[in-house]
Design a protein around this ligand. Structure first.
Ligand code: BG6
Length: 299
C-alpha cells in the first residue's frame, strides 16, 4: 500500500512540520536523545545533535534554500545517478532526488529515537529525465543518541532497472587538517582528481589538499576522528561504496553556496552504491541502504 501524506495534527509531540529557511517546509524533531531538522526539499537532513553533545552534521552558512538548488551541507540524497550523468551531461549532478519535493508520510516515537519517513515517487518530470523509470523511494531518518538513515527504493516499473545512490553526509569537524578517517586503510580508491587513477594508502585518510575519492567494494565500518578527539563511527548495511570529499581552498572559493573558509570545518564520508556497485532491481523488488552514525568519543 502506498503511504499517504501524514496529517500535521497527527504528529507525535516531538515532531513539528514548520516553515524553515527560504520558506521551505522543514520537519523539526526534538526527541529525548537528540534533535534534528529535515527539509522536504530533497529529503535533506540539515542537522543532528545528540542531547548534551555538539552538532554532528555540517551545514554551510552560505547555503541557498530554494527549490531550484540542493541545500549545501547536511545529507543530500544522490539518486538515481551519482556525479554527472554520462548519458545526459545537462542533467543535474547527483540526480534529481536532492532537488525534488518529498512528502512526509510517517513520524513516530520509538524506543531508539524518533523516526520520520519521507516519500518520493516518479512524476512526469522524473519520467522525462535521464532515468525515466517508475519507482518509489522511502527515506526513514531515526533521530536519537545515534542517527540512522535508511533509503528504500522499490522498482515500480515493468522492466528491471539499475541506479546509483549515495547518502552524501557532510560531517562537522574541528579542523580538517587534524582530522582522519579510519577504516579505509589499504582499500583501493578511484582518485577523481588524478584522471580516475586507482590508488591505495596504508594509513588512515588524512587531508592536506583537495580530496575526492571513490572506494568500491567496501562495506566495512569507518570513523571520523577530528582534532578535538571526537569520534563519529559510521556503519552501514547494503552499501558497498564510500566517497570521501573535501574541496579545500580553491574549489571552496569557486562554489557560490560554500563559504571561502568553511572547508576547514567539514568532511564528506558518503555511504553509497555507485559505478560497478550500482543496484539492480527486478520489477517489484526493493533495496534498502542503511547508514548509522554514533558519537563514540566526545573529544
Ligand atoms: C562529491 C563528489 O560526492 O560531491 C565531488 O565526489 C563533488 O566530485 C561533490 O564535487 C559536491 O558535489 P555538488 O554537486 O554537490 O557540488
Amino acid at each position: 500500500m502506498i503511504p499517504a501524506p501524514i496529517d500535521p495534527a497527527a504528529l507525535p509531540a516531538s515532531v513539528r512540520l514548520e516553515t524553515g529557511d527560504g520558506g521551505l517546509p522543514v520537519v523539526r524533531v526534538a526527541g529525548p536523545a537528540g534533535s534534528a531538522e529535515l527539509y522536504l526539499h530533497g529529503a535533506h537532513l540539515t542537522s543532528w545533535t545528540p542531547t548534551g553533545g555538539r552538532p554532528v552534521i555540517w551545514l554551510s552558512a552560505a547555503s541557498l534554500f530554494t527549490e531550484a538548488k540542493a541545500i549545501r551541507g547536511g545529507v543530500p540524497i544522490c539518486f538515481p545517478w551519482f556525479g554527472a550523468n554520462p548519458a545526459d551531461p545537462a542533467a543535474p549532478a547527483h540526480g534529481f532526488a536532492r532537488l525534488a519535493e518529498w512528502e512526509l508520510v510517517d513520524a513516530r516515537e520509538e524506543h531508539d529515537g524518533v523516526a520520520v519517513t519521507l516519500r518520493l515517487a516518479d512524476s512526469p518530470a522524473t519520467r522525462a529525465s535521464a532515468w525515466p523509470h517508475r519507482f518509489e523511494a522511502l527515506y526513514t531518518v531515526t533521530v536519537g543518541a545515534g542517527l540512522s538513515l535508511a533509503l528504500t527504493i522499490t522498482n515500480r516499473d515493468t522492466d528491471a532497472v539499475s541506479y546509483e545512490e549515495a547518502l552524501h553526509t557532510y560531517l562537522a569537524v574541528d579542523d580538517i587538517r587534524d582530522t582522519e578517517v579510519t577504516g579505509l586503510e589499504s582499500a583501493p580508491f578511484i582518485n577523481q582528481l588524478a584522471a580516475m587513477s586507482i590508488e591505495t594508502e596504508t594509513g588512515p585518510v588524512r587531508f592536506a589538499a583537495e580530496t575526492d575519492r571513490i572506494y568500491l567494494d567496501h562495506n566495512a565500518a569507518t570513523a571520523v576522528v577530528d582534532g578535538s578527539g571526537r569520534t563519529v563511527s559510521i556503519s552501514t548495511d547494503e552499501s558497498n561504496s564510500r566517497i570521501v570529499w573535501n574541496p579545500w581552498i580553491a574549489k571552496a572559493a569557486s562554489m557560490g553556496d560554500f563559504g571561502d573558509d568553511e572547508w576547514t570545518r567539514m568532511v564528506c564520508v558518503e555511504s553509497a552504491n555507485v559505478r560497478e556497485n550500482r543496484v539492480r532491481l527486478n520489477p517489484g523488488q526493493s533495496h534498502t541502504l542503511t547508514v548509522v552514525f554514533d558519537v563514540t568519543a566526545q573529544g
